[in-house]
Design a protein around this ligand. Structure first.
Ligand code: ZN
Length: 277
């Protein structure tokens, strides 16, 4: 593992850490599939009751690493049957996103154990796709959250649960403006469970994990699955698939107009918007 670190900070608790701080934990396919492997391992360990997802460095995650290849490592998808990964641009990219983005995020939402994300610094665009599938989000006071990718000519990140996370009004505003939500704003909107000082984040998340780990695993699993089924009864899974199709219409349009999967000027827009004040 070169992008992910696994720790065992307390009995019954596994901590998985994004360990690519020099790139602000930008997500290349290697990181995503290593993360999936780490989640799968922790899911299968009977003595692990709760999983924490945390990150090294100044920021939780700066989003997808756009400088890397959009390919499934080894051409072995884990969340789909693949299909068309190796054909033309838009078609192959859709197959890639179905597996590496939507597929993995949905797998992680359905991990049969409670998961807690500890977010600090910035979570930009795909950073949200690591946070939102987790069950509980704890943020440090200076944490911010943004999905600025309309600048690329797409609707938002591929795991489009914005409306459930912040409500449809704020979802529209964050998508239309690309601006960040503060930790306090995210807390007020219900996207974040707790906001704590930066130097307390790790301890707070661990104490919460230990508290949860005292309860019977099967009860926890059934509670989690019930919440997830409720979301799906509200239409979340269908909405996600629809949004991913529209997202890939955006990619195909950018490809036709500009020869790239995203409007390249969007990178400068996002870079400027994402600077710390
Ligand atoms: Zn995309």
């Amino acid at each position: 593992m070169s992008y992910i670190r696994r720790e065992n900070p307390a009995e019954g608790v596994a901590r998985i850490v994004l360990a690519r701080p020099e790139k602000k934990n930008a997500q290349n396919p290697g990181l995503l599939y290593e993360l999936d492997e780490a989640f799968l391992t922790a899911s299968n360990e009977s003595d692990v009751k709760v999983i924490i997802l945390a990150a090294d460095g100044t920021d939780f995650s700066s989003g997808h690493d756009l400088s890397d290849e959009f390919t499934v490592p080894g051409n072995r998808p884990v969340a789909t049957m693949g299909g068309h990964l190796d054909v033309g641009m838009a078609e192959a990219h859709y197959a890639f996103e179905c597996d590496a983005y939507m597929g993995l995020s949905r797998r992680w939402r359905d991990i049969p154990k409670p998961t807690i994300a500890a977010a600090h610094g910035r979570s930009i665009a795909a950073g949200l796709m690591l946070l939102w599938p987790m069950d509980i989000i704890v943020a440090s006071e200076e944490a911010t959250f943004a999905d600025p990718v309309t600048a690329f000519g797409v609707n938002g990140v591929e795991y489009f649960t914005h409306v459930w996370e912040v409500g449809h009004r704020k979802a529209r505003e964050m998508l239309f403006t690309g601006e960040s939500l503060s930790a306090q704003e995210a807390y007020r909107l219900g996207m974040v469970n707790h906001v704590v000082a930066r130097d307390r984040l790790e301890k707070f998340a661990l104490e919460l994990a230990v508290k949860i780990s005292q309860r019977p695993s099967f009860g926890l699993r059934l509670a989690k699955e019930s919440v997830n089924r409720t979301l799906d009864a509200q239409g979340q899974s269908i909405a996600l698939e629809s949004a991913l199709a529209l997202h890939n219409l955006g990619h195909a349009s950018a490809l036709a107009r500009h020869g790239e999967l995203a409007i390249t000027a969007g990178r400068d827009t996002i870079r400027n918007e994402s600077r710390h004040p």
